[in-house]
Design a protein around this ligand. Structure first.
Ligand code: AHR
Length: 502
C-alpha cells in the first residue's frame, strides 16, 4: 500500500502542549502498592519509593500525573491519607472492593512527584463529598500557613505549600457505576459551586469538569452541554475518557480506534463552542483527555485477565494487569497521533494508568520492573514531539472497518521544533499484511537529513500477539528503521505491516 505526506514548516496547528504526555496513578490494584510504592523491596528507598519503577517513569517521560483516582476518588476522604501513618485508618474502597491501608497519601504522592519530576493533577471527591471538603483540600494543599488547615499540613511535615495548579472536579459522575452518580444538572451545579469555592481559596488553580466516560454513553453530548451551561465561567477544561480493545478478532476496527478518538474530540470541542456561542463568552473551554488507553474489558485475548473488581476484601489485589502486545502498541501510537493532531484544543491527556493497572510499566512484588510494548510510542513521542504541531496533509490507501468506517492505512502526526531544527514524524501502518511505501514532501526544510529513525514491529519468530512478559521482558522493543532516504525536499520510507515508527 502507499501513502504520501506533505509537511510544510508554515502550516502549523499550535504549540505542542507538554501536558499531553500525562499519566495516571489511582489507588487501584497494584498501581500504588507494589507499583510505585513498596517498602522493603530491595530497590526501594527509605520512603518505600521503588527506584527501579521511578527510573522507568523518568524514561517514559510523563509530564503530569492524575491522582488518586479514578472511581476510587468518589469514595475517598483525603484526610485519611495525611498525618502519622500509624494513625491512618484502614478503609473499605467500594469502587474496587479493596482494603485501603492509607499508608500512601497526599504527602507521599507530592514527595514522589518531586522525585519523578512530574506535575500533580489532583482529583477531588464529588461523589460522596461536596463544596466544603473541596475548598478545605485546596486550603490544606496550597495555602502558605497561618490557618487551621495549612498549619495542619505544616505540622504533618510540609512547610512549603504543595502549590497544586491542576484540579479535577470529580470523576466519571455520568456513570451509573460511580459512587455518587449524578444527573448532568446535579453535577453541573455542584462543579460550579465547588469550583467557585476552591478558587476563592486559590485563584491561580485550573479546573477540569467531568465529561462523558466514553462517546457511547447515552448522555454523551447533552451531558457536556448541560454541565457547561452551569459551570462555563468556573471551569477551564472538559474531561474525556476512552478505552479501546479488540472485539472478536476484529483487528481492523481495533486498529482504527483513533477514528473514534478524533470523532469524540471534535464532538466535545463543538459542544463546548456551542455553549460559548450561546453565552457570548470570550474564553474557550479546552479538553482534558484524562483517561485513555487500550483496555481489554470484554472478549479478552490473553488467558489470565483478572476481573476488574476484586473478589474478596484484600489489600492491593491484581486488577486489570493487561499484557500489551504489538497490535496494542500500534493502536496506542495512533491514539497518541490523534491527541497530538488535536493539540490546539486538547491541552491535557493522561494515559491510564502508570504502573501495573493497564499500564506501560509493569512491576512484580519483590520482583523486577519492565516496559510493556505500549511504553515505546509514548516515551518517544513525549521526548520528541516538541515545538509546533504540523498540519500534515496525508493521502493514504484506506482500510474498511466494521466498527469505524474507512480509515487511512497510514496514520500520521508531526512536529517541528525551531530551536533544534528537528522535525519529528510519527507513523503507524494499520495494514496487517502489507508494508506501506511512504513519500514525504518536505516544504521549507532545505538541507534536511535523517537524524534517527526507529521502528516497532512484530519481532522475528513472534506474532502480532507478542507481548513483554515477566519471562520475556524485552520481546518487543524499538529497532532501527532501515532504508529511510532524503533527497532534496522529499523523503521515502517503508513501513512493515503492522508497525509504528518515528
Ligand atoms: O482507569 C480505570 C478506571 O476506568 C478508572 O478508575 C475510572 O475512572 C475508569 O472507568
Amino acid at each position: 500500500s502507499r501513502a504520501t505526506i506533505t509537511l510544510d514548516r508554515d502550516f502549523t496547528i499550535g504549540e505542542v502542549p507538554r501536558r499531553l504526555f500525562g499519566s495516571f496513578v489511582e489507588h487501584m490494584g497494584r498501581c500504588v502498592y507494589t507499583g510505585i510504592y513498596e517498602p522493603g523491596h530491595p530497590e526501594s528507598d527509605e520512603r518505600g519509593f521503588r527506584q527501579d519503577v521511578l527510573k522507568l517513569v523518568k524514561e517514559l517521560g510523563a509530564t503530569v500525573i492524575r491522582y488518586p483516582g479514578g472511581n476510587f476518588v468518589s469514595g475517598y476522604n483525603w484526610e485519611d491519607g495525611v498525618g502519622p501513618v500509624s494513625e491512618r485508618p484502614r478503609r473499605l474502597d467500594g469502587a474496587w472492593h479493596t482494603v485501603e491501608t492509607n499508608a500512601f497519601g497526599l504527602h507521599e504522592f507530592v514527595e514522589w512527584s518531586k522525585e519523578a519530576g512530574t506535575e500533580i493533577m489532583e482529583a477531588i471527591n464529588l461523589g460522596t463529598r461536596g463544596v466544603n471538603e473541596a475548598r478545605e483540600l485546596v486550603e490544606y494543599a496550597n495555602h502558605p500557613g497561618g490557618t487551621a488547615l495549612s498549619d495542619r499540613r505544616i505540622a504533618n511535615g510540609a512547610k512549603d505549600p504543595f502549590d497544586i495548579k491542576l484540579w479535577c472536579l470529580g470523576n466519571e459522575l455520568d456513570g451509573p457505576w460511580q459512587i455518587g452518580h449524578k444527573t448532568a444538572d446535579e453535577y453541573g451545579r455542584l462543579a460550579q459551586e465547588a469550583g467557585k469555592a476552591m478558587r476563592f481559596v486559590d485563584p491561580t488553580i485550573e479546573l477540569v469538569a467531568v465529561g462523558s466516560s466514553n462517546s457511547g454513553m447515552p448522555t454523551f453530548g447533552s451531558w457536556e452541554h448541560t454541565v457547561l451551561s452551569h459551570a462555563y465561567d468556573e471551569v477551564d477544561y472538559m474531561s474525556m475518557h476512552a478505552y479501546y480493545q479488540e472485539h472478536d478478532g476484529d483487528a481492523e476496527s481495533f486498529l482504527a480506534s483513533a477514528v473514534d478518538m478524533d470523532y469524540f474530540i471534535e464532538s466535545v470541542t463543538a459542544t463546548a463552542d456551542a455553549v460559548r456561542a450561546k453565552r457570548k463568552a470570550k474564553k474557550y473551554i479546552n479538553l482534558s483527555f484524562d483517561e485513555w488507553n487500550v483496555w481489554y474489558q470484554r472478549g479478552l485475548t490473553t488467558d489470565d485477565q483478572p476481573s476488574a473488581v476484586s473478589q474478596s476484601w484484600r489489600e492491593h489485589p491484581r486488577l486489570i494487569e493487561d499484557a500489551y502486545n504489538v497490535t496494542d502498541a500500534v493502536v496506542v501510537g495512533t491514539l497518541l497521533n490523534s491527541l497530538l493532531r488535536h493539540g490546539d484544543r486538547v491541552s491535557i491527556a493522561n494515559q491510564a494508568q502508570l504502573v501495573n493497572v493497564i499500564a506501560p510499566i509493569r512491576s512484580e512484588e519483590n520482583g523486577p520492573a519492565w516496559k510493556q510494548t505500549i511504553f515505546w510510542p509514548f516515551a518517544r513521542m513525549a521526548a520528541l514531539a516538541k515545538g509546533q504541531i504540523l498540519r500534515a496533509a496525508v493521502t493514504s490507501d484506506r482500510i474498511e472497518t466494521a466498527q469505524f468506517g474507512d480509515a487511512d492505512l497510514v496514520d500520521v502526526s508531526a512536529t517541528y521544533d525551531e530551536a533544534s531544527g528537528r522535525v519529528a514524524l510519527f507513523l503507524a501502518n494499520r495494514g496487517l499484511e502489507e508494508p506501506a511505501e511512504v513519500d514525504v514532501a518536505l516544504r521549507g526544510f532545505a538541507g534536511a537529513r535523517v537524524v534517527r529513525a526507529e521502528l516497532l514491529e512484530v519481532p522475528e519468530g513472534g506474532s502480532r500477539y507478542t507481548a513483554n512478559t515477566l519471562d520475556a521482558q524485552d520481546a518487543v522493543g524499538l529497532v532501527p528503521l532501515e532504508g529511510v532516504t532524503v533527497d532534496g525536499s522529499s523523503a521515502k520510507l517503508s513501513l512493515p505491516a503492522l508497525s509504528w515508527a518515528v
